[in-house]
Design a protein around this ligand. Sequence first.
Ligand SMILES: [Zn+2]
Length: 186
Amino acid sequence: MNKEQWQALKTRDPSWDTAFFCGLKRSKTVCKVSCARRVRQVRDVVIFSTVALALEAGYRPCPFCRPDKPQWQGPKAELVRAAKEYMEIHSAEKFSLEIMASALFINGSYLLRTFKAATGHTLLWYHNYVRCEKARELLTHNELSIAAVGDQTGFLSPAHFSRVFKKTLGVTPSEYRAACLKAMDS
Ligand SMILES: [Zn+2]
């Protein structure tokens, strides 16, 4: 979570409602940014870029703000939401603009432009980001080797996994796992 996101959560600013969602670790619920019903503390908050990722991580939608029942935000926001959902489901597959655009019944270059304008990121960046988030979850446990985590989340090779993970999250997979293990020890 960055400063801007925390500021949005503190002020419960509704203009951020489609940008990200607020998970609360202790109650394992996920809220819209604007939800006024629950106390938020920095250490209890975890950010999710979509509700689907929160649900996948075992969070329940807050019964007051219902983040899982999004309001209609217009065709562009709806397209961005559908694109994110598509990439979350298909993150382990090779990224293909052509296949994705035809699955969403939309022109590829329009999809590219709309997504970039709404999120500030390219589709490929988001596709890799979802893979990295899924890998990060697997890396916190010690059951799979780092190579197996990369393989399972769709990376082509350990080198590709390491490069993209570092570029996206700022640390390599092995550095990340070492930090997790250290945190568990202390
Ligand atoms: Zn809520």
